[in-house]
Design a protein around this ligand. Structure first.
Ligand SMILES: Cc1cc2nc3c(=O)[nH]c(=O)nc-3n(C[C@H](O)[C@H](O)[C@H](O)COP(=O)(O)O)c2cc1C
Ligand SMILES: Nc1ncnc2c1ncn2[C@@H]1O[C@H](COP(=O)(O)OP(=O)(O)OP(=O)(O)O)[C@@H](O)[C@H]1O
Length: 209
């Protein structure tokens, strides 16, 4: 796994404020920013650098599973943003995951993405989107060039996942959980990397859509 320290700060914006002629985007809840997430995001950043376009991470707060009460949160938003920023994207777009947002259709979400002109979208094979999770990678790939992340697995061969980290924590294996979330590089490199450009996503729901 390689990590990219570009020295540039990562801007954090509301998804509603984004409009770009071109980009490469990685999408996901990324709760815990574990090694699978890190690889997916790092590959998107590398792809964006090769294309010469901004690298965007598009994420949701709270994580959808947490919103629906299906899981306990692993990372605070600040922790998640800091850990993502360490991977070197130019911008993190945060969609406020509210009742009105999650009722939006898969087609409406594709319209949101179109505003940032994705040359490529990086997701895992199980990525779903839109109300009642009706959108899948096939629908995404019909609209945008889509790159599916290679699954990162644990030493025992099971996929690294937020679910697995939650289970390890519940079982009291805090060290085991931390290994799956670990990433190299001194924490000092994080200092000053984040610029909170717009925090409105914390306040109001997606009434505009
Ligand atoms: C516009 C939109 C609406 C969504 N609506 C639902 C929903 O109704 N039910 C649900 O369980 N998840 C919903 N989700 C969450 C997705 O299923 C998924 O968790 C999210 O896109 C992040 O992907 P990831 O879980 O692979 O990280 C929605 C996502 C988006 C973008
Ligand atoms: N081990 C992994 N290797 C590569 N990609 C992954 C891995 N785990 C998750 N992803 C991808 O990262 C994106 C965000 O994943 P998500 O936030 O749903 O994490 P998760 O670990 O699958 O969460 P949960 O266990 O709660 O379902 C998705 O597109 C997913 O397919």
């Amino acid at each position: 796994m390689s990590f990219q320290f570009t020295g540039r700060p990562t801007l954090v914006v509301s998804d509603r404020d984004l409009s770009l002629p071109a980009s490469v985007v990685a999408i996901g809840a990324f709760d815990g920013v574990h090694q699978g997430h890190q690889q997916l995001i790092s590959e998107a950043v590398r792809d964006a650098r090769a294309e010469g376009v901004p690298a965007i991470v598009w994420t949701f707060d709270p994580p959808p599973k947490v919103f629906f009460g299906r899981a306990a949160r692993l990372s605070t938003l600040d922790d998640k943003l800091a850990r993502i920023a360490r991977l070197g994207p130019d911008l993190i777009a945060v969609a406020s995951f509210t009742a009105s947002y999650c009722a939006r259709s898969a087609g409406a979400f594709l319209g949101d993405l179109a505003r940032i002109g994705p040359r490529r979208v990086h997701v895992g094979a199980d990525f779903r989107f839109g109300a009642k999770q009706t959108g899948d990678v096939e629908l995404l790939a019909a609209r945008f060039e889509t790159r599916l992340a290679r699954p990162v697995v644990c030493a025992g061969g099971e996929p690294v996942s937020s679910t697995r980290i939650r289970a390890l924590r519940r079982a009291g294996d805090i060290a085991g959980a931390a290994v799956l979330q670990s990433c190299p590089g001194p924490a000092a490199l994080l200092a000053g990397r984040l610029q909170m450009h717009d925090t409105r996503y914390e306040e109001d729901p997606h009434v505009r859509h």
